[in-house]
Design a protein around this ligand. Sequence first.
Ligand code: NDP
Length: 475
Amino acid sequence: TQAQIGVTGLAVMGANLARNLARHGHTVAVHNRSHHRTKALIEEHGHEGDFVACETPEELVAALERPRRVLIMVKAGAPTDAVIEEFAPLLEPGDMLVDGGNAHFADTRRREAALREQGIHFVGAGVSGGEEGALLGPSIMPGGSAESYEALGPMLEDIAAKVDGVPCCTHIGPDGAGHFVKMVHNGIEYADMQLIAEAYDLLRQGLGRSPAELADVFAAWNEGELSSYLIEITAEVLRQVDAATGGPLVDVIADRAEQKGTGRWTVQIALDLGVPVSGIAEAVFARSLSGHADLRAAARGLPGPSRVPAGSVGEEFVEDVRRALYASKIVAYAQGFDQIGAGSAEYGWDVDPGALATIWRGGCIIRAVFLDRIREAYEAEDKPVTLLAAPYFAEALTLAQDSWRRVVAKAAELGIPVPGFSTALAYYDSLRAERLPAALIQGQRDFFGAHTYQRVDREGSFHTLWSGDRTEVEA
Ligand code: NDP
């Protein structure tokens, strides 16, 4: 029998996706650069379905039915190019090469264009959900040609997570669209994690609650509108006791947050596209700040607030923080979806944000009840320009805003850093402002650089003769 799909790269992600495919009744040809991984997969999991173990790329390609589908699950970057170079000469027009790694979308665009010349469909597919998702049902974001999705989609939808029977996989758009949205997904994930961490810090420092007590708070929050995978695992992490010290595990974990780069890419690209993703940016900067041992050591002795009013934080703070967290989260997601809209417009992808919200409801790290609300907002007759103004979110923000303001003010008073909460509130207040001080900035720019400005009452560009008699001239 010929295999329906081949998987090359059998570390955790590739092995689990291959097993997931086999468990769904597909015959899967498997290959890895070092054959021991292939052998281990067959020995440990060969009984789970039909696998064809291959020692070389040639063997893998020969094992596949036409058109061939080869899923690459290797380290992103140069290794992916190396694997493409190995496989491309063995393939024929109409075959599909799928990259499920965390590639930069610009690399995917380059690879897609090069392989298209050979008639090969190159599909950059974002895969979210980590190891467990890969095995039990990830969220899959395939880009590439619509034609390739016809041949590949059903198989990917088979192995994807399902929510209300709907698969967490859909064709995102041409060339790099899939990897682009996966990148922004990760950026949103950074923001969400930062906001949750700030909520924890506020309640821990502000109310003096223990991690175990806070685990109960997060578990309770997980029953309501904040219900999500990240809130759920936050409760688990806070409840964990360290075997060595007998204290909370979170207290013995070094407070330096690491990153692999997709959050940073999101911000870099957002700067290029001119999209204000301040929530994601603050989350990336907060991780980077946490790792600057030198800066933190040098600043450690600096004073905090001199007068903290005793008993200024009461029980009601818990609900205030919950609401502030929800409002800030709405902002972070709104910004992420704006970036996807901007990327889609820039590269002509025609990404459907409602479909994207639908496939993020399950399988991926940011899965949340909340994504159903985003899906509804984008499926409505009146497409929102910003999610903040969609009726459901506008109402949620209205309900939350007093709490949100109290929390940010209290954090400043207590000296608890809340970059995520405060940048989200500043974004909200900036967007809804009647007038922004950008007018003054335009005046300054015109003063020192004759950059000109526009007026609210007349068409045209104007310049004031700042170093002359200060009359205004039309530029
Ligand atoms: P790794 O990223 O650790 O990559 C290891 C695999 O890459 C091995 O199969 C290795 O082969 C292969 N490899 C490395 N260099 C080469 C090369 N030059 N030629 C051929 N093969 C090479 O594996 P993961 O399973 O963690 O991730 C796979 C991909 O999925 C990555 O792009 C990752 O970013 C992405 N991803 C990972 C997630 C996760 O939670 N881990 C989630 C979503 C996506 P060998 O055994 O011979 O060394």
